[in-house]
Structures are given as structure tokens and as C-alpha cells.
Design a protein around this ligand. Structure first.
Ligand SMILES: O=c1cc(-c2ccc(O)cc2)oc2cc(O[C@@H]3O[C@H](CO)[C@@H](O)[C@H](O)[C@H]3O)cc(O)c12
Ligand SMILES: O=c1ccn([C@@H]2O[C@H](COP(=O)(O)OP(=O)(O)O)[C@@H](O)[C@H]2O)c(=O)[nH]1
Length: 497
């Protein structure tokens, strides 16, 4: 036993992730890339994840994912607590109980925690850096949203640029490396009417104390966001190492196994159905794992899908805590009236869907994982963002990456089914559709290049591993992301990118 534990501590990195699927899977994929370079990796997250995995698989939850050991700690709340509705309470309790519970987990699993090469955390559990400091272990952060969001939050919470205020809520925000942004393009957490007080507090502390992180890695790639990545170099650099998506989407060895967990069981029958549809014909619709659309918006989407008379695959994930207003529920007429036209599933094998030749476009809430998966599949998007980073991600889709269109809201905040229908036609047929498809295919090729051997992201991973395993670097307590990132970028520009 003692011997096994000693072994575990050789060249070991501990990843710590927030409980959402969109945070854990990129972390696991980072873990796999580290493992490919000889690092031993474990991932710690909260008990609620173990509980969801258990429900999804019906069997016991896996204790390993492709060689990465999974460890769980309590967030301080009971398993049936409605975390989504009481987000501020959740973040507060997690911030209070997380540090001591994670610290105990480390003590329990590692006989000499100091031997850990580093802890890697994500932005929703920033206190992990304090636990790292307690054990004198260096800490890295994996930023799991676009680098653009990192730049926006950094400037906002360090008061380096002007952002909307209660007296000037409609101001246009101008930031280096980014297009002008109106209020509907900004992340909801920086707006004066944001109802989640815990996030501005969490992000203020995080972005004002970035020196706690010796490295900031980003789930993006240099060629996708070069202007904004260059623009934060002088502030606190971010090093893109993505896209962290399944290897099958990256043109890599089809035999390579993906590192991910499933919190919901996916309905594989939709793949058989897709196979019966004509090439590039199906509209895929999904709003990710957290968003629950109001009944009115469900109705508008349902009406649009019916009216365009094209095949569709719609993921309607039943709300975890249903409400009497019908949020997240299909209109009662829908299934009957569209039964020969499309399919509705509770949860899809999304990456298999996006890369299926029958799929033409994706109506999405613009979660960053969904966007990266779509970029790697080379298909256009219809953006229908809801909150957090999603409005900004939609702005990037339309004005920076130029691979999609956005469903605009009416003046009263509602959406009309006609607007959705127009967006669908725009990305399906005609010159705009053709250009979007071309741009999407070009970005897909860039993504594959970035993660292939010697690509920009692969090079950044190599440098990170070199850094965490280098003894003299470890002893030097000062953040050295600056040097590294500049070096990384010089290398990129040397290659004429
Ligand atoms: O405020 C948030 C709350 C929650 C959450 C709250 C309670 C739960 O039981 C599970 C998740 O997840 C989140 C996940 C987020 O990231 C999700 O994952 C991607 C990578 O960050 C993003 O691009 C997607 O837009 C986003 O939905 C962002 C949040 O603000 C939240
Ligand atoms: O029916 C679905 C819907 C989503 N996903 C996966 O769930 C993740 C959603 O992450 P994202 O960041 O897009 O949004 P979030 O769910 O965090 O809001 C992505 O990896 C999707 O591939 C899935 O497997 N099946």
C-alpha cells in the first residue's frame, strides 16, 4: 500500500473541477494530454457529480476515466439541494466548505502532498489556489471559456476599462483585440442587472489575485483568438492548449479513447435516425446541460421547426426541478404534429451528432464546449445565448469567427418564430450559407493543426509539462507565465501564422 501511494505521488498532478459537465470534461481531456507526456493525473470534484454519474449509468460510478483517477469531496450541501435555483447560496457554501474538504482529501490520498507537481483548478473554484499554497504546491488555472471572456473579466474586475453601470447601462464597451460590444454582447455577470451577486464577488477576488496562479491555460487555440490572446499578454497571459474535445473530432487516431464523464445517459437511437436522413439536412437543437428555456421560447422554437419543414433533432432535457409554468417542456401539440419530420431526445451523444454527415447546422445556447465541438465539426451555428459567457460567445460566432448567425430578441425580450425561421434558411441555403460553411471548414482545419504534433496548442502543453517538472522552476515562487507565453507566441509567429 505504502509503495503504491509513493508511486502515485511521483510526477503527479491533481485537477480540481466545479461540478458542471462543461467544466469537468475539458479538465479530464487536459489530464489525458498530460498523461500522454508521462504525468500521473487525478481529478477531484464534488459528490454531486458522483451522484449524477451513478444515476446516469445505473451501475456504480467509475473510479477511473481512461487512467485518470476520480476523487470526490463534499460541497457542504445535501445531494437533493436545488443548486441551480439557489446559485448564490451554492457558491457561498462551496467556497466555505470546499477548501477544508479538498484539503482533507489531499491529506487522505497523498502521504506527502508536497510531492504533487501542481494543482490545476478552474475559475469557479478559485479557492483551490489557497489549498495549494497551504501545501506549498504551485497552482495553475484552466480557463474553460473563450480567452475573450478571460480578457473581458480581467479588465472589468481590475477596473482597467469602462463597463455599463446603473446610470449608464447601455454604454458600448471597447476593449483591445475585441469588436465593440453592446450590452447584449457582454457576459451577464458584468451587467448592472445581473441577479447573481456571488459571481462578481468571486471573479473580483479571482482577477485581482491572479498571481496565485503560476500558469493560466485556456481551452481555445491561438489561431482562433490571436488578437485577444495577444492583448492580455501584458496583463496576465493566457496560454491556449485546446480545443479540449474528443479525439475523434480532431482527426486524431480513431482508436484513442475520450476522457469524459457522462452525467446523463445519452439516447443513441438518434444516430440510427440520422443515418436515414439526407446529407447536410438536419437541424440539431440543444441548449446544453443547465439552461431551461421559458415555455414561450420553447413554443417559438417548436413553431419554427415545424414551419421550416426540415428534419430536426432536438434535445429537450427534462428540468431537474420542474416548475408549473411549463419551462423546459415541449408544447403539447409538437410531437404529434412533427412525428415524421424529426426526433426529440432527452440527451444526445452530441459530439457524434455534430460530426454526422446528415447534420447541417446547430441551434445552440453557445456554451463554450458546444461551440468548440461545432468548430471541430466544421458546421455553421445559429446562436441563441442565454446567460453567463453565452452572449459574448454568440458575438464571437457572428463577428469574429464568422461561422454563424444570431437569433435576435424582439424589443420586449421575446423571440418570434419567424426570426428563427429566417435564421435557419440563412444558414441552410444561399450565398451567406455557403460563406459560413467555408469559414467553418477553414476553422476546423486550424483546430486540427493546433493540437497536432508541434501545433500551437501542442507546443503550449509541452512547455507546461516542462515547467511543472523542472525543479528550479518549481522552487521559484514568482509567476512566470509571462515569459512562457511570449515564448510560445514567438514560436507561433516564427512559423508565419
Ligand atoms: O453559473 C453557473 C452555474 C452552474 C451550475 C449551477 C448548479 C449546478 O448544479 C450545476 C451547474 O454552472 C455553470 C456552468 C457554466 O459553464 C458552462 O460551461 C461552459 C464552460 O464554462 C460555458 O461556456 C457555458 O456557457 C456554461 O453553461 C457557467 C456558469 O456560469 C455556471
Ligand atoms: O444532449 C446533449 C447536450 C450536450 N451534451 C454535451 O454537454 C456539454 C455541454 O457543455 P457546454 O459548455 O456547451 O454547455 P453547458 O451544458 O455547460 O451549459 C458539451 O460537451 C456537449 O457535447 C451532450 O453530450 N448531449
Amino acid at each position: 500500500m505504502a509503495q503504491a501511494e509513493e508511486k502515485r505521488e511521483e510526477n503527479h498532478v491533481l485537477l480540481v473541477a466545479f461540478s458542471s459537465q462543461g467544466h469537468i470534461n475539458p479538465m479530464l481531456r487536459l489530464g489525458k494530454r498530460l498523461a500522454a507526456r508521462g504525468i500521473h493525473v487525478s481529478l477531484a470534484t464534488t459528490e454531486i457529480v458522483r451522484h449524477r454519474m451513478l444515476k446516469s449509468s445505473g451501475a456504480g460510478p467509475a473510479d477511473h476515466v481512461t487512467g485518470i483517477e476520480l476523487l470526490f469531496f463534499s460541497d457542504g450541501l445535501s445531494l437533493d439541494y436545488d443548486r441551480k435555483t439557489n446559485l448564490d447560496v451554492y457558491m457561498d457554501i462551496l467556497g466555505k466548505h470546499g477548501p477544508s474538504n479538498l484539503s482533507a482529501l489531499i491529506k487522505e490520498h497523498y502521504t506527502s502532498p508536497k510531492k504533487l507537481l501542481c494543482l490545476v483548478t478552474n475559475p469557479f473554484v478559485p479557492w483551490v489556489s489557497d489549498v495549494a499554497a497551504e501545501y506549498n504546491i504551485p497552482c495553475a488555472m484552466l480557463w474553460i471559456q473563450p480567452c475573450a471572456l478571460y480578457a473581458i473579466y480581467y479588465r472589468c474586475f481590475n477596473k482597467l476599462s469602462a463597463f455599463p453601470t446603473p446610470t449608464d447601462p447601455d454604454m458600448v464597451v471597447e476593449l483591445p483585440g475585441l469588436p465593440s460590444m453592446e450590452k447584449e454582447d457582454l457576459p451577464s455577470f458584468v451587467l448592472p442587472n445581473n441577479p447573481f451577486g456571488s459571481f462578481p464577488k468571486l471573479f473580483s477576488e479571482l482577477f485581482q489575485g491572479m498571481e496565485k496562479f503560476k500558469w493560466v491555460l485556456g481551452n481555445s487555440f491561438y489561431e482562433l483568438e490571436k488578437h485577444v490572446i495577444d492583448s492580455v499578454c501584458e496583463l496576465y497571459p493566457i496560454r491556449p492548449i485546446g480545443p479540449l474535445v474528443p479525439p475523434t473530432l480532431l482527426g486524431q487516431d480513431q482508436e484513442l479513447e475520450d476522457a469524459s464523464v457522462d452525467m446523463w445517459k445519452s439516447d443513441e437511437t438518434c444516430i440510427e435516425w440520422l443515418t436515414q436522413q439526407p446529407p447536410s439536412s438536419v437541424i440539431y437543437v440543444s441548449f446544453g446541460s443547465i439552461v431551461v428555456l421559458p415555455a414561450k421560447q420553447m413554443e417559438a422554437i417548436a413553431t419554427a421547426l415545424k414551419n421550416v419543414k426540415r428534419p430536426f433533432l432536438w434535445v429537450v432535457k427534462p428540468p431537474e426541478f420542474p416548475t408549473p409554468d411549463g419551462a423546459g417542456q415541449l408544447p403539447s401539440w409538437f410531437l404529434e404534429e412533427t412525428k415524421d419530420q424529426g426526433q426529440v431526445v432527452r440527451w444526445s451523444p452530441q459530439t457524434r451528432v455534430l460530426s454526422h454527415p446528415a447534420v447541417a447546422c446547430f441551434i445552440t445556447h453557445c456554451g463554450w464546449n458546444s461551440m468548440l465541438e461545432t468548430i471541430c465539426s466544421g458546421i455553421p451555428l445559429i446562436a441563441y445565448p442565454q446567460w453567463t459567457d453565452q452572449p459574448t460567445n454568440a458575438k464571437l460566432i457572428v463577428d469574429v469567427f464568422k461561422i454563424g448567425v444570431r437569433i435576435k430578441k424582439e424589443a420586449d425580450g421575446n423571440i418570434s418564430s419567424e426570426v428563427i425561421e429566417k435564421c435557419i434558411e440563412e444558414v441552410m441555403v444561399g450565398p451567406v450559407a455557403e460563406q459560413l460553411r467555408k469559414n467553418a471548414m477553414a476553422l476546423k482545419a486550424e483546430a486540427q493543426k493546433a493540437v497536432a504534433a508541434d501545433g500551437s496548442s501542442d507546443e503550449n502543453i509541452r512547455l507546461f509539462v516542462e515547467e511543472i517538472t523542472c525543479d528550479s522552476c518549481k522552487k521559484d515562487g514568482s509567476p512566470n507565465v509571462g515569459n512562457l507565453s511570449h515564448e510560445g507566441q514567438d514560436k507561433v509567429s516564427d512559423k508565419g501564422v
